[in-house]
Design a protein around this ligand. Structure first.
Ligand code: NAP
Ligand code: MG
Length: 402
């Protein structure tokens, strides 16, 4: 069989645990037999991040910047428990996603993949809800401090002009925890712009939520920047009959649950982290959520929204063939291949990416699925679900593709 050619490499970021196992399988079974894959490989697995003192993550992000398209496998963000699990770790390395996001800036858009046999938990949802997560700053770039004696904590800014600004945070009596977070006008502006652009591309309404009633300066700034950026998009929104509005985060949550879906919900970094898990679970499964980081300079990094599926990995290590859902990781690859094809003017590659997605969804519609989806399948589905392991599932998709 003649393989589809590529001209520019995709930046490939390998990862950890069960998703690393699936990653290899997806490449071998679903991509390499059909595409003469050009990729620049970076091993973002925890062991290699530790060995390179996390340099590999920075190099991978820079490569993504250089080539414009990357695909990333889920990775472990070490915590205390992981430090025990991997005694060779010399540091509690930062989340690779946070490192990459801070280098690329930009916005993460997450959209659930809907299928006919899974009904969203929220009965009114008819179309996917895309969550736009701001990808820079706030609690992910915060300075934290623990103190255990009485004393006063200040927020001190020293301008290069020599001007200083100082604010008392709190007068502590006993043990206290402190956190200082920041964001930048520039990052919020590009967040706003990518959201408006993406809303226009999808022809969908854009919602933005924050808590400016409590955080008048910090969240208030987000709201003001969105308002002022919107000025230059308003005409295009009007022409398309779509709308932008701001609302408080708690009001947004209530409205989302009563909505029919089919819009983009722009969230601050932490809200987006939490809400995307809520929305994806309510749409069916975290394993059915696609994710793409779009930077203001037009770099696209595709990944699955879920993590490394640790629980399944430990079963796999014991020799079990787990039924882990590879769909979101497959769609990360198809997204990257399609974007690469679009940028390099390779219609065959774009076409292949579409066929890969269709083969995956057709396999599901035929009733062949992983355990997480079989559990969710509606009782009146036209075909009774047949639960298979990941190997068999990917094999079925490969057969269809062939
Ligand atoms: P997770 O890997 O997303 O898994 C949580 C649970 O969700 C799984 O145990 C499984 O439930 C279900 N699940 C998730 N993806 C699935 C799939 N593809 N197929 C079937 N079931 C799936 O989250 P976690 O256990 O909280 O985190 C594990 C590691 O992933 C952590 O070290 C974390 O740092 C990392 N992480 C990485 C990223 C990223 O790189 N983007 C994102 C999130 C987390 P059952 O066990 O009930 O089957
Ligand atoms: Mg998360």
């Amino acid at each position: 069989m003649l393989k589809i050619g590529m001209s520019t490499p995709i930046v490939e970021m390998d990862g950890d645990e069960m998703t690393r196992v699936l990653w290899k399988l997806i490449k071998e079974e679903l991509i390499e037999p059909f595409v003469d894959l050009k990729s620049e490989y970076y091993d973002l697995g925890l062991i290699n991040r530790n060995e390179t003192r996390d340099r590999v993550t920075v190099e991978a992000a820079n490569a993504a910047r250089k080539y414009g398209v990357a695909v990333k496998c889920a990775t472990i963000t070490p915590n205390k428990q992981r430090m025990k699990e991997y005694p060779q770790l010399t540091e509690m390395w930062k989340s690779p996603n946070a490192t990459i996001r801070s280098i690329l800036d930009g916005t993460v858009f997450r959209t659930p993949i809907m299928t006919s046999f899974i009904q969203p938990t929220v009965r009114t949802w008819e179309s996917p809800i895309t969550i736009a997560r701001h990808a820079y700053g706030d609690v992910y770039k915060a300075a934290e401090l623990v103190t255990d004696e009485p004393g006063e904590c200040f927020l001190l800014f020293k301008g290069i002009s020599g001007e200083t600004k100082q604010l008392s945070v709190h007068n502590a009596k006993k043990g206290t925890i402190w956190l200082a977070q920041h964001n930048t006008d520039e990052s919020i502006q590009s967040f706003a712009r990518s959201c408006f652009e993406y809303a226009i591309a999808l022809k969908q309404d854009l919602w933005f939520s924050a808590k400016d009633t409590i955080s008048k300066k910090y969240d208030g700034r987000f709201k003001d920047i969105f308002d002022s950026e919107f000025e230059s998009y308003k005409e295009r929104f009007d022409a398309l009959g779509i709308e932008y509005f701001y609302t408080l985060i708690d009001d947004a949550v209530a409205r989302v649950v009563r909505s029919k879906g089919g819009f983009i919900w722009a969230c601050k970094n932490y809200d987006g982290d939490v809400m995307s898990d809520m929305v994806s679970s309510a749409f069916g499964s975290l394993a059915m959520m696609t994710s793409v980081l779009v930077s203001p300079d037009g770099t696209y990094e595709y990944e699955a929204a879920h993590g490394t599926v640790t629980r399944h990995y430990y079963k796999y290590l014991k020799g079990e063939r787990t039924s882990t859902n590879p769909i979101a990781t497959i769609f990360a690859w198809s997204g990257a291949l399609s974007k690469r094809g679009e940028l390099d003017n390779l219609p065959e590659l774009v076409d292949f990416a579409g066929k890969l997605e269709k083969a995956s969804l057709d396999t599901l519609s035929d009733g062949t699925m992983t355990a997480d989806l079989a559990m969710l399948a509606v009782s009146d589905a036209p075909i009774a679900p047949r639960t298979v392991d990941s190997w068999e599932f990917i094999g079925s998709i490969a057969d269809r593709l062939k």
